[in-house]
Unconditional design. Structure first.
Lengths: 58, 344
């Protein structure tokens, strides 16, 4: 059985959820690197999670 | 093993060719020429090759028959002897600017003198695999690429292939370059006291590589502005343009992702964490990768596309070997797998 797939709201990457993914887990988009919160498992859905601005040294 | 000669092997691109080809599993270097360094071991000029080869520089007038000739001569030299070179090898890869442009009139406009062998211009395939992969697979004569032109052409590639760019508006590329672009011959501006710590815009417009961008992109209104910065290797193109109405950031993601998926040496760098969030030439030294980044002002449609390369690799010797791999039917990445260094 194929794994559930979600679409990154930032970059539209198709992301396959791992079998042990839990609701409200924070995952990272492998393409654009944003934090995503798994807001639902059935149906699978993610939303952008707040990301802390880091000092980039600039 | 295919036998190859490098004509003019004492410069920086010649040194990079030697470094790459000494480890290429299908190619053997049998001769490296240099009039100025005649009789010296090549490692005495390219010290990173010490212990790796016993080759000495030979006279350029005494060529052995080989399968492949690499020409790493100063611009203007190859075109004067191209018929002679063609008699010495089946395949020629010329790293100079002599056979990059298809149009003799364009050559004269940008290089300031008539081409010495205009009939040969149409025989060469422009050696950028990302733009000419299919043609290179049957190419006999391959031109090298301009390093700055390559950074700009690759920055434009995803936008043009996905037809996202408003081509009626101007495209302006600001290119920062390292000192190795100036070649191995010293000049007053390269003196350490004058070259170190600089940010010197040495060509606001009119740089010769603009001709390659116009030819390869098909854009009519494109400007390259060149700035020397304090690094040895590397070119960073920051290209400004405007997208067509309605194009959103997700469209750019799709286009850049597709470009990276179709080309083994293109990578998308647009990160939210870490130090290297955008393309930087620093970590590409010695590698054949071209890192691409982008951003979009959704209100104005102003798009910024970024490409970082090692000018001596993707911008010269690396692209040449990649193109040759295609012409010979080898894996495109053969001998070019080095990923660069970090930290460096």
């Amino acid at each position: 059985m194929s794994q559930p797939v979600v679409t990154c709201p930032e970059c539209a990457a198709e992301i396959e959820l791992a079998p042990d993914t839990e609701q409200n887990e924070i995952i990272i988009c492998p393409d654009c690197g944003v934090d995503l919160e798994v807001v639902s498992l059935d149906p699978p859905a993610v939303e952008l999670a707040p990301m802390e601005d880091e000092d980039w040294g600039e | 093993m295919l036998k190859t000669t490098i004509i003019g092997g004492s410069g920086y691109t010649g040194g990079e060719l030697l470094r790459l080809l000494l480890f290429h599993p299908e190619i053997e270097i049998v001769q490296v020429t240099s009039r100025r360094k005649l009789g010296e071991y090549v490692y005495q000029t390219h010290p990173n090759l010490r212990g790796l080869t016993k080759l000495k520089f030979t006279a350029p007038d005494d060529l052995h028959p080989v399968d492949i000739l690499f020409l790493a001569l100063p611009h203007g030299a190859a075109q004067k002897r191209i018929a002679e070179y063609a008699a010495a090898a089946k395949i020629i890869v010329d790293l100079s600017a002599d056979f990059r442009l298809k149009d003799a009139a364009a050559y004269e406009k940008w290089y300031g003198k008539p081409h010495a062998a205009p009939d040969w211009l149409g025989k060469f395939t422009y050696g950028l695999a990302e733009l000419h992969r299919a043609e290179l697979q049957s190419a006999q004569y391959i031109s090298g690429v301009g390093c700055n032109a390559t950074a700009v052409n690759l920055a434009l590639l995803p936008l043009l292939q996905a037809d996202l760019l408003d081509t009626a508006r101007p495209v302006i590329a600001e290119v920062k370059v390292g000192s190795s672009e100036g070649g191995a011959e010293p000049n007053p501006g390269a003196h350490h006291a004058e070259r170190s710590h600089i940010a010197r815009t040495y060509a606001a417009y009119g740089h010769r590589h603009t001709a390659e961008v116009i030819q390869e992109s098909g854009l009519a209104d494109v400007t390259l502005t060149m700035t020397s910065v304090d690094m040895v290797r590397g070119a960073l193109a920051t290209v400004h343009g405007w997208v067509r109405p309605g194009v959103a950031l997700k469209d750019l993601w799709k286009a850049y992702r597709a470009a990276a998926a179709a080309n083994p040496f293109l990578r998308v760098v647009k990160e939210r964490r870490g130090v290297y969030r955008v393309p930087e030439p620093k970590i590409l030294a010695g590698s054949n990768y071209a890192d691409l980044g982008f951003d979009l002002d959704p209100e104005s449609g102003h798009v910024v596309s970024i490409c970082a390369i090692d000018n001596l690799m993707k911008g010269a010797a690396g692209s040449a070997v990649q193109a040759l791999n295609l012409a010979l039917g080898f894996e495109e990445t053969l001998g070019l797998e080095f990923p660069g260094l970090h930290p460096i």
